[in-house]
Design a protein around this ligand. Structure first.
Ligand code: TRP
Length: 370
């Protein structure tokens, strides 16, 4: 088996939505089932969530189980994937403290994702130090498990780049110890970022423009039927725009030819449907009904599995505990190597003690208590 290791994760600040599904969850399940990875770690990044939710610990705490339920509902299998809770692995924090010495303040300030988040969170008035250092903590998450492969969305690219820099710096200063990870972006353009149902750039709970993995079928239908399309496409006969049209962006991410055969046999595939829409003569309602069918069929089994798992919450915590324990051993072993490399392993370092004892003219070490 290969030596490839995956690590990825999510902040538990809310239920996961279908943007997470096409952007990462669907792929994680495929990767998990591919058998190509020696080890897979999926992290619930509660400590990172607290860097910008310090005053809402209850929100973070409640959402851990929600995210875990969403994972299991999508097909993440605890027999094959370790699901872990970040805060319960103190080795990660310890690594962060050492990596901080290898990164400048200016370098973190240049990180485009950090910059955007500072604006979004109104942190311009005062940036919490913990928040500021989260890219370094994310480097610990990745390197602690010697991850070779980090499947994430494009917004995480600066974090992976930062991690790679830390790895190179660490290895050059202290000797070859850490593994430089590669980012794995979604294969499909359309899955890079699914817009909100209102056409807004991002799905966000506060804007009410999300479809959740746990959404029921009425809610899905309501969101689809009120979805943003092409504002210039007023009458059915009008030519319509497909680019920037949310309904088509969702179809790009979710539909396939089998769905056309089943629900919309007028077209063989999405290209034919798009052509008709561009020419004029295809109404929004028909396209939305098709999208609704596609989403209903895709999300129903996920929602049903979620309901099954919801019946046994203690089991979910067992899964998390087990995944965290297994993961902690791996992180502890990496931390041990890191401390060896950094020469902060004083009590294990017999040679150090002997050399200093000799310098001070002690009796041969061990002789004193003979
Ligand atoms: N920053 C990621 C997010 O906001 C979550 C995360 C934390 C993560 N640690 C990670 C992702 C390590 C990949 C690898 O979604």
């Amino acid at each position: 088996m290969s030596e490839k290791v995956i690590l990825t994760g999510d902040r538990p600040t809310g239920r996961l939505h279908i943007g997470h599904y096409v952007g990462s969850l669907r792929r994680r399940v495929e990767l998990q089932n591919s058998g190509e990875y020696k080890n897979i770690f999926v992290m619930i990044a509660d400590a990172q969530a607290l860097t910008d939710n310090a005053h809402e610990p209850e929100k973070v705490r409640q959402n851990i189980v929600e995210v875990a339920l969403d994972y299991l509902a999508c097909g993440i299998d605890p027999e094959k994937t370790n699901i872990l809770i970040q805060s319960q692995i103190p080795e990660l924090t310890e690594l962060t403290f050492y990596y901080m010495n290898l990164v400048t303040v200016a370098r973190v300030q240049r990180n485009p994702t950090v910059k955007a988040e500072i604006q979004l969170r109104n942190f311009e008035v005062g940036i919490p130090v913990g928040f500021f250092t989260y890219p370094i903590s994310q480097a610990s998450d990745i390197t602690a498990f010697k991850a070779t492969t980090v499947p994430v969305g494009e917004d995480q690219e600066p974090m992976i780049e930062q991690t790679r820099e830390i790895v190179r710096k660490f290895n050059s200063v202290y000797g070859e110890t850490l593994v430089e990870p590669e980012i794995m972006l979604p294969e499909d353009e359309s899955c890079l970022r699914l817009p909100g149902t209102d056409g807004g750039a991002k799905m966000s709970k506060s804007l009410g423009n999300c479809i959740y993995l746990a959404s029921d079928s009425d809610e899905i239908k309501k969101k689809v039927m009120s979805m943003f399309t092409d504002p210039g496409h007023l009458k059915v006969e009008d030519p319509g725009k497909v680019e920037g049209n949310t309904v088509f962006q969702y179809l790009d991410a979710f539909s396939n030819d089998d769905f056309f055969a089943e629900y919309c046999p007028d077209y063989r595939n999405l290209d034919e449907m798009k052509d008709h829409y561009r020419r004029g003569g295809l109404g929004d309602v028909k396209v939305k009904k098709f999208l609704n069918n596609v989403l209903q069929e895709t999300l129903k089994p996920i929602r049903e599995r979620r309901h099954e798992f919801e019946k046994d919450i203690p089991y979910i915590y067992e899964v998390l505990k087990k995944g965290t324990e297994v993961s902690r051993e791996v992180a502890a072993s990496t931390l041990h190597e890191v401390k060896d490399a950094m020469k902060i392993n004083y009590f294990d370092d017999r040679a150090l003690i002997e050399e200093q004892a000799e310098r001070y003219g002690n009796n041969p070490v061990g002789a004193a208590n003979a």
